[in-house]
Write a protein of this length. Structure first.
Length: 83
């Protein structure tokens, strides 16, 4: 019971994390996001783009999304610097 509860908490905690395909670097489609949002770290998520079709673990999808977000934040900060 304790393991089940910990697993459910882990799924709930990451339910709104962004997902990006680590292979093609594109944001997850709404369909892929709905299927992948409650996956735990080791569960696979498949890209549904015709040109990609790669399967990677959920942790790689989340890491790719956070990398993109960090890059966007950095680009905005650099753009605000005086020239």
């Amino acid at each position: 019971m304790r393991r089940w509860l910990a697993d459910m908490f882990e799924r709930w905690k990451h339910r709104n994390d962004p997902l990006d395909c680590p292979a093609c670097k594109e944001k997850a489609s709404p369909r892929t996001f709905l299927r992948g949002r409650y996956k735990t770290v080791s569960e696979p998520i498949a890209c549904d783009r015709e040109s990609c079709k790669q399967i990677n673990s959920a942790v790689l999808w989340r890491a790719a999304a956070f990398t993109r977000i960090q890059r966007e934040i950095l680009e905005r900060e650099v753009a605000r610097l005086p020239r």
